[in-house]
Design a protein around this ligand. Structure first.
Ligand SMILES: Nc1ncnc2c1ncn2[C@@H]1O[C@H](COP(=O)(O)OP(=O)(O)OP(=O)(O)O)[C@@H](O)[C@H]1O
Length: 361
């Protein structure tokens, strides 16, 4: 472990789910390739927003980042310590697993589900504090909880502390979930679709709160959303990064502003096209894809996984898998042959309906 180690580092992470076919005997055993070959470092005080269609593996990736999902292969480390080795009893980790778990917190899409309906807000918040901050007496615990409730705008805090979950709005429950995560003094918070269930008017309010708390507590955030406008809002305001997932692969990653101004992966262009609320520029009238349907992660396409939908795909894309390459700004990386000037791609035959200069059609 060194001071320069990222809070979380994922290297070559694959997560495959083996389905034995008992749920559906007509299908037989299958392997869902939920996450494939993901490398992602999250340093201190960093904000990364991951965006992608439903089923692209965002949640699975997020759970792996906070140590809730073991990779099938590859490693996930917390400040240099392999999380899954720390969990094994016979190892002697440089950071105990309990400390890692405490440092990596999660807030879900449905905050209500993580709050006990029979307990007051204060009781729900006191419980985790008792286990991690054993030195705090009841009065200090209450003072911390009230101060945090006030900090997230739940005033008067005494009133909110006495309420039960059903007496809170969706936005208030999400604030309680944020407080619960922050009371653990986390280094990283995974916010998985944390604003998706809120009314549009509330989303910006809760994202602004996350941004404010992120700055105040120096906590890193991994924000997951299927909605590019939310991901962009959070990542750009934090001067953070935007990652794009497609069928389990992180196909583009870079500074949020740069990725949206200068998207390099054809799939990122599709997401941008499909999000008119970004108000970035006028796009083509038709979506820039050949096929609308997303392939199945049980049997993903060969080569570049996007080749079945990509308007620029060639035979080369069907046969070969693109490496991740740096483009433009140092932190901007993309997995697409079009970013390689000397790639065979440029001499390969376009697939049916595709063209190397699809932009100009
Ligand atoms: N425990 C599991 N067992 C089997 N398959 C799973 C499991 N968890 C996820 N999957 C599958 O892995 C793929 C990726 O799922 P994941 O939930 O990570 O995607 P997502 O991008 O977060 O989608 P959504 O926004 O719909 O939640 C999907 O095909 C999903 O059905």
């Amino acid at each position: 472990m060194s001071a320069d180690d990222p809070v979380v580092s994922m290297s070559g992470v694959d997560i495959h789910f083996e389905m034995d076919g008992t749920l559906n005997p007509f299908e037989g055993p299958r392997t869902v390739q939920a996450v494939d070959g993901v490398d992602l470092d999250i340093p201190e005080n960093d904000v990364v927003a991951i965006v992608g269609e439903s089923g692209s593996g965002k949640t699975t990736l997020g759970k792996a980042a906070v140590g809730l999902q073991q990779p099938s292969s590859g490693t996930v480390t917390f400040r240099g310590q392999d999380i899954w080795n720390a969990k094994k009893r016979f190892t002697n980790p440089s950071i105990p697993y309990s400390e890692i778990r405490q440092s990596l917190q999660i807030i879900h899409q449905d905050p209500g589900s993580s709050l006990n309906p029979h307990r007051t807000v204060e009781a729900s918040l006191a419980e985790p504090l008792k286990t991690v901050q054993t030195e705090l007496g009841p009065e200090d615990r209450e003072a911390r909880i009230l101060a945090m409730l006030e900090r997230v705008g739940m005033t008067p805090p005494h009133d909110y502390a006495r309420r039960y979950p059903h007496q809170l709005s969706g936005g208030e429950k999400q604030r309680v979930a944020l407080v619960r995560a922050l009371l653990m003094n986390p280094d990283l918070i995974l916010a998985d679709e944390a604003v998706s269930a809120l009314d549009v008017s509330l989303r910006v309010e809760v994202m602004d709160l996350m941004l404010e708390l992120q700055g105040a507590f120096d906590t890193s955030f991994l924000f997951i959303s299927h909605d590019l406008s939310n991901a962009r809002y959070l990542a750009e305001h934090a001067d953070g990064r935007l990652g794009v997932m497609y069928l389990g692969e992180l196909v583009e990653l870079g500074g949020a502003e740069e990725v949206l101004r200068n998207p390099q992966h054809p799939y990122t262009k599709v997401l941008k096209w499909a999000t008119p609320s970004l108000g970035i520029e006028e796009g083509p009238a038709e979506p820039p894809v050949r096929e609308i349907d997303i392939p199945d992660p049980v049997d993903p396409p060969s080569g570049c996984r996007f080749h079945t939908r990509c308007p620029y795909a060639t035979e080369h894309c069907r046969e070969m898998t693109p490496d991740r390459r740096s483009v433009g700004e140092a932190s901007h990386r993309v997995s697409c042959f079009r970013s390689e000037e000397d790639s065979e791609y440029w001499h390969s035959d376009p697939l049916e309906g595709a063209s190397l200069d699809a932009d100009e059609r």
